[in-house]
Design a binder for this molecule. Sequence first.
Ligand SMILES: O=C(O)CCC(=O)C(=O)O
Ligand SMILES: [Fe+2]
Length: 209
Amino acid sequence: MTPAAIDAFSAVPPHLVIRDAFGADMAARLLAFALAQAELFSETQVGNQKGRVAKQIRSSRVIGTLGALEGDLETKFRALLPRATAALHLAPFTLDSLSMELAAHGDGDFYRRHIDTFVRGEMTGTDRVLTAVYYFHATPKPFTGGELRLHSLRPLDQGGSYIDIEPVHDSLLLFPAWAPHEVRPVSCPGGSFAQSRFAINCWYNSRAH
Ligand SMILES: O=C(O)CCC(=O)C(=O)O
Ligand SMILES: [Fe+2]
């Protein structure tokens, strides 16, 4: 009997991890920015419906602006695109824009399995093609858990698979926006905002046709 092939539906989607991605100085500036803006973070929402907060799907806080760091960050994320396109074997696309947000996961926070592409009438004129997540936190690391779990398209109980990726300080993770993923629950006994698992989500958007 021929063993069943590991088909595209059962394989973990392509991904790229970059350590020491933006450097200790940028990580420190981002942490200082996050703490200074603590009051301006709001509860995360799911989907595009204004005001919808689905606590059973996603629990975290987010801020949509990166202040004076925004320009530097955008340059760094843009510079990664050729490398990511090659490593992830992405079909060529024309970059329309980047969208960035800064998210904080504290004690008990999580984000259930989802994809980042817009589907079913959530279209906004652009398509998210590529997701990048940049991780940073206080040192020593004040939390456990919070791994990014990247799933195959096929569910685990039907022969699918997954990989857990640690949110290492000053590291970057890139994967196609269509890839199913989740944030595993964070445990942060101290519980203060400063001890959160911080991440910048950056989406590379192509114009939707
Ligand atoms: O924080 C992460 O590791 C990923 C967050 C995420 O999946 C999202 O905001 O869409
Ligand atoms: Fe996501």
